[in-house]
Write a new protein. Structure first.
Length: 132
């Protein structure tokens, strides 16, 4: 696998389109941090890190759906930076996702964080993905 973040986002996207309640993905440090951000921002219901057969373990993610309309809280997951073309931004040119309603997840020198946190701390970084 050449791009584990794209694989992570694709597994989430496929589970949402299939209407699954829980999705299981291989774990890594960056995936754990992205999962925590998605939980803190209210895009997923819950998550659990499990040690398993593979050395890094797995992440079980409970997806969040509207109880009446059965629509997912995540409308779109878009991978921005990729191995062939990295996308970086400074804090002055921070991307606004869906006019401020969505979030961009960045990998910065101080860890993985949202575009709003990075702008407050006045640091830039690599734009990993957009979520809305």
């Amino acid at each position: 696998m050449t791009d584990p973040i794209a694989d992570y986002l694709t597994r989430l996207r496929n589970a949402i389109h299939a209407g699954h309640r829980v999705v299981e993905v291989p774990s890594s440090k960056m995936k754990r941090e992205i999962t925590k951000i998605l939980f803190d921002q209210g895009y997923i219901l819950n998550y659990k890190f499990e040690e398993g057969q593979n050395p890094q373990g797995t992440i079980k993610i409970a997806l969040k759906y509207d109880p009446i309309e059965k629509v997912s809280a995540i409308k779109n997951l878009h991978r921005v930076s990729r191995p062939g073309l990295r996308q970086y931004t400074g804090y002055k040119e921070m991307p606004r996702v869906l006019n401020g309603l969505g979030i961009a997840i960045l990998s910065t020198s101080q860890g993985v964080m949202t575009n709003k946190e990075a702008k407050e701390k006045k640091i830039g970084g690599e734009v990993l993905c957009y979520v809305y």
